[in-house]
Design a protein around this ligand. Structure first.
Ligand SMILES: Cc1cc2nc3c(=O)[nH]c(=O)nc-3n(C[C@H](O)[C@H](O)[C@H](O)COP(=O)(O)OP(=O)(O)OC[C@H]3O[C@@H](n4cnc5c(N)ncnc54)[C@H](O)[C@@H]3O)c2cc1C
Length: 393
């Protein structure tokens, strides 16, 4: 059972039962699965895990936009298998724009996605448009009632294995965010092709997709020029705190492994747990993890209570939890000594997996710009006398 007591104030009774159930599933079904060796094996494993998540009903909170359940699921699943967490994350990222847009014609993808029968993907980033995503160059051109997509997306999770892609494209050169529209494109649409894998050090299917005159019907457009960008930001705003939840899951597993090792391993005639320097590490790891979880579940709770935006709360949750998780996992490796860097050790897997969380769905630096931007805007509104300066958020 995960530590629900720390965040109990942000949960209702049914969440506590859900936390126990999803943790039980993750420990029984996901933890024993070995880390896939290589990219091809990771792609097969991702599809198998998707079926398990769908059959168990664990993806249902995505359609319900139940952020606390998504966070609890990601925390438990990430602790057991970072790859399974990536699968969960992409089902949410692929389906949420359809849910938020309320599109009837694309609703079948949400149904299939939460049942684990269709794998989703979220195609925003390009080789030259990362943090500055509004500079994207993939185009969408009107052709009668249809749209035609051209261009290439990079760093797309599930590229090559997804069944549908939620795609962002520019409808008018030079309009920046105001020209960006959002589409749902089936993987077998003529003109859409997998353009190659981008292989990570931790298993995570990633790659490029290419659009060459890819024609989609008008109903595939989830949000038109300008609104597409807003839909993308609203999706990220909603789900960002759950990246923090995944980070907490990885950190909790690392702390669990390090604590067990510290109690068992003896050097100089004593268990490692008796050395003050090791205790100091464990204390700092546990405290940072508790702080991270409080920020994550606060953001999810604020959203579930009906707040329109949780930009500030989710930026704090994501940046703090992912940075803290990196430190916690690193300290766990240190406590494990040489065993912590053996390739088949769960903590080594966490060490390779946790790093990307500080980068995707908005880097830590971009989250800090967002936090400072909100802080400064509030200070100006309150007439604190702060001089009007340039801020980019
Ligand atoms: C494992 C993984 C999975 C991903 N999955 C997806 C996906 O499914 N779909 C998708 O669309 N994208 C995905 N991405 C892409 C991801 O969202 C981008 O990598 C991320 O937004 C950063 O863009 P970039 O890599 O181009 O870095 P850049 O934007 O080039 O940034 C490089 C560095 O510069 C810093 N920087 C940039 N601008 C500023 C600024 N104004 N002020 C201060 N510092 C700044 C950044 O914080 C970072 O440290 C994934 C990435 C990874 C690693």
């Amino acid at each position: 059972m995960p530590d629900v007591d720390t965040v109990r104030a942000f949960l209702d009774e049914p969440h506590v039962a859900f936390a126990g159930a999803v943790d039980g599933f993750a420990r029984a079904e996901l933890r024993p699965r070995p880390e896939p060796a290589g990219d091809a094996a990771a792609r097969v494993e991702a599809r198998e895990v998707l079926e398990l998540l769908g059959e168990g009903g664990w993806l249902a909170p995505i359609a319900a936009r139940d952020l606390r359940r998504i966070a609890l699921a990601r925390e438990a699943i990430a602790a057991a298998s970072p790859l399974a967490d990536a699968v969960y994350a992409l089902q949410a990222l692929g389906a949420t724009p359809i849910v938020l847009a309320g599109s009837d014609s694309a609703a079948r993808w949400v149904e299939e996605a939460v049942a684990g029968r269709a794998m989703g993907a979220f195609a925003m980033t390009e080789a030259e448009a990362g943090s500055d995503v509004a500079s994207m160059e993939t185009t969408a051109t009107r052709a009668g009632g249809d749209w035609v997509l051209d261009g290439e997306k990079a760093f797309i999770s599930n590229a090559g294995i997804a069944d549908f892609y939620t795609v962002f494209a520019q409808t008018e050169a030079g309009r920046g965010s105001k020209g960006i529209a959002c589409f749902v494109v089936p993987a077998d649409a003529p003109g859409l092709a997998f353009a190659g894998a981008q292989v990570l050090s931790a298993p995570h299917p990633l790659g490029r997709i290419r659009f060459d005159g890819c024609r989609v019907p008008g109903g595939a457009c989830l949000a038109g020029p300008g609104d597409g960008f807003k839909l993308g930001l609203a999706t990220l705003d909603l789900l960002r705190a759950t990246v923090g939840a995944a980070a907490c899951g990885m950190a909790a597993r690392a702390l669990e492994e390090a604590t067990a090792h510290a109690l068992e391993r003896r050097q100089f005639g004593e268990p490692l747990a008796d050395f003050q320097l090791v205790r100091e590490k464990l204390a700092r790891m546990a405290t940072e993890l508790a702080a991270a979880r409080l920020l994550v579940y606060r953001a999810a709770w604020v959203k579930d209570r009906g707040a329109e935006r949780v930009t500030l709360e989710s930026a704090m949750a994501k940046s703090y939890a992912t940075e803290a998780a990196q430190r916690i996992v690193d300290e766990a490796v240190q406590i494990l000594g040489g065993r912590g860097v053996l390739a088949d050790h769960p903590v080594d897997r966490l060490y390779r997996s946790v790093r990307a969380l500080r980068i995707y769905e908005g880097t830590t630096e971009i989250q800090r710009l967002v936090i400072a931007g909100q802080l400064l805007a509030r200070a100006r509104e309150a007439g604190s006398g702060a001089p009007a300066g340039r801020d980019r958020s």
